[in-house]
Structures are given as C-alpha cells and as structure tokens.
Design a protein around this ligand. Structure first.
Ligand SMILES: [Fe+2]
Ligand SMILES: [Fe+2]
Length: 169
C-alpha cells in the first residue's frame, strides 16, 4: 500500500493517477530514491510520490496537463546523493540551485521526457533559482513541493510526539 502524506487513500488504487505513471512508479531508478532520506522521516521516493500525487490532483482540478505534472513530480528530485553531505566545490553553486539541473539531466538520460516535464523538473525550485518557469504546471510544482515538505516534516514530528507519549504513558 502506498499513501501520500496527509492522505488515507491507497495510491495504487487511484486508477487515473496510476495510468499516468505506471511505467515510472516501479522503475529501478525511481525506486532507488528509497535509499535516500529527504526530509525528517521521509525518503526521497516518498517525497517524490507525494509531490507527484498532489501535482496530479491540483493540475487535474485546474484543467492543466495532469499527466505530465504527475510524471515530472516523480522525477523532480531524481538525484542520488545525501543532500546534507553535499559539499560545494570552488566555483560550484549550492545544492538548492544545482539539484534541479542534476534531476533534469538524470530524467533526460533515464527516461523520455517532454518539454513540459523538463520545465517542471528544471524550475521546481523557483524562486530560489533564477529561471522563471515557462508553463503553469511548473508554477504548480513550486507550490506543491513546498507544501509537501512542510506536511512531511509536520507529520514526522507529530508521529514522534505520539510515540513518545505512548512510551511515557
Ligand atoms: Fe527539489
Ligand atoms: Fe522536492
């Protein structure tokens, strides 16, 4: 059973969503993201799934390209290093500005992505990065990504407090 943060639904039973990402969701490169912690208590795979699912729902509600939004959401943080240990070499930019470029490169190498998906992946950190997104769907992810990050941290803290209460009680 796969669930998105704040949702009780089994994503695998959401046929409309799965139809958009069925080839990606169990791809070995995407599954490899399970090996990396992303936010407190959340793997990069779970974070990518959260962003992908809410991107899909929001873009579908707004009559935008929900399929590309779902697919790009799964690939938007497609990098394979521990971001806390990312060291900035001389002349290199920070992880915040660098990782969308790395994710775009990896997604282009590993999958066949369209121009819209490329824009969503490459510009998901805007306004922390300089380039303005070209499509509405890319603006959606800038909001969804931040929303999911806050929800993931909040859910993890809530779970920890619940466990410690239970332990003390
Ligand atoms: Fe990111
Ligand atoms: Fe992200």
């Amino acid at each position: 059973m796969l669930k998105a943060v704040l949702s009780k639904k089994n994503i695998l039973e959401c046929d409309d969503y799965i139809a958009c990402v069925s080839d990606l969701i169990e791809d070995e490169n995407i599954l490899r993201l399970r090996e990396f912690s992303h936010h407190i208590g959340t793997t990069r795979y779970q974070h990518s799934l959260n962003v992908s699912y809410y991107n899909f729902l929001l873009c579908r509600f707004l009559n935008l390209d929900a399929k590309s939004a779902a697919r790009a959401g799964l690939m938007h943080d497609l990098f394979f290093y521990d971001r806390r240990k990312h060291e900035k070499g001389v002349g290199e930019s920070s992880h915040i500005s660098e990782h969308p470029k790395i994710a775009f490169f990896n997604a282009s190498e590993m999958f066949s992505i369209n121009e819209l998906e490329g824009d969503i992946i490459a510009n998901h950190m805007w306004p922390a990065t300089a380039h303005l997104p070209r499509h509405k769907e890319a603006f959606v992810i800038t909001f969804v990504d931040k929303f999911c990050a806050v929800a993931e941290v909040a859910s993890s803290v809530r779970l920890k407090l619940k466990r410690s209460k239970k332990h003390k009680g």
